[in-house]
Write a protein that binds this ligand. Structure first.
Ligand code: SF4
Length: 295
């Protein structure tokens, strides 16, 4: 890339990132924290052999409870070239990954496009999955047409007040709705009959203690916007991390009653998808592994 002014997400920093300017997310050129075969994703994503996850540093959001904050907020990671990124995709494919899972790569879209094209030219044939917060401009998403096969899209908060409280970004709901609709336009619904997703949109939602009204509103919006053909993943693995440990309202684990109320709502709306372990008072790692209970 010769020049690039970053307006990938609604913060529209216009930062000249190739020449050292940093925007809100503090991302310059690509950095990754790690890559691995990940077997803890939703069953259609993990498939039989696991998902080839690449964890990118930084984030366009700064959620107060971020479960991944050392990487997203403190920028833990190492700089990586497009050539090495492409090579890592091929390594993960060789290790048996069912897809390449780009975790929080929103702030690196131009580099991702180059890396995927290069890897495909060298034999990459598994689906590309874009694991996103959904705080992206639709123009940035349009660039992923033909590059990304599966969108694993968070829908975090429905009301501006909740978004302002939980991530200091009152505009999140407005942009997330537009972004999720664009993702659906690009790839459609995921094929729920297949044991491993090859194309389509999955909407993820993490239930937050004290905010289950947001979960209800999000599920209602998904139903109203897409019907029940869009697959949803209702996550119950919340634990207080990062700044949440000092905020009484969100400084506790989600309790089973709260989580199950949201699950029941999803069932009533006749969604298909996944929930995590119903006994969400047990430790979070166990919750995470216990994916797969169908709605
Ligand atoms: S991706 Fe980062 S630099 Fe670009 S507009 Fe968003 S916050 Fe700003």
């Amino acid at each position: 890339m010769k020049s690039f002014r970053c307006n990938l997400c609604p913060r529209n920093c216009n930062a000249d990132r190739l020449n050292g300017q940093l925007g809100y997310c503090r991302a310059g050129q690509p950095e990754i924290a790690s890559f691995c075969i990940h077997k803890g994703e939703e069953p259609s994503i993990s498939g039989e052999n696991g998902s080839g996850a690449i964890f990118f540093s930084h984030c366009t959001l700064s959620c107060k409870f971020c479960q991944n904050y050392p990487i997203s907020q403190y920028g833990i990671g190492k700089a990586i070239s497009i050539e090495r990124l492409s090579e890592i995709m091929l390594i993960l494919q060789k290790r048996g990954a069912g897809n390449i899972n780009l975790v929080t790569a929103d702030q690196y879209i131009p580099w991702i496009i180059h890396a995927v094209r290069s890897a495909r030219a060298d034999g990459l044939h598994i689906p590309i999955l874009f694991n996103t917060s959904s705080f992206l401009n639709v123009e940035a998403l349009e660039k992923l047409d033909g590059i990304v096969d599966i969108f694993l899209a968070d829908f975090k908060y429905f009301d501006e007040a909740a978004a302002a409280f939980l991530c200091n970004t009152f505009s999140y709901p407005t942009y997330a709705k537009k972004a999720i609709q664009k993702m659906y336009e690009l790839v459609g619904a995921v094929d729920t009959e297949s044991s491993a997703a090859t194309r389509g949109l999955i909407i993820r939602h993490l239930v937050i203690p004290g905010f289950i009204d947001q979960s209800y509103k999000i599920l209602d919006w998904i139903k109203k916007t897409f019907g029940s053909q869009v697959t949803v993943s209702v996550m119950g693995q919340y634990f207080p991390a990062y700044k949440a440990v000092e905020i009484s309202k969100i400084g506790r684990k989600l309790n089973r009653k709260e989580y199950m109320r949201v699950v029941q709502k999803a069932k009533r709306l006749q969604f298909s998808g996944w929930i995590q372990n119903e006994n969400c008072d047990i430790n979070r790692d166990e919750n995470f592994i216990n994916y797969g209970r169908e709605l």
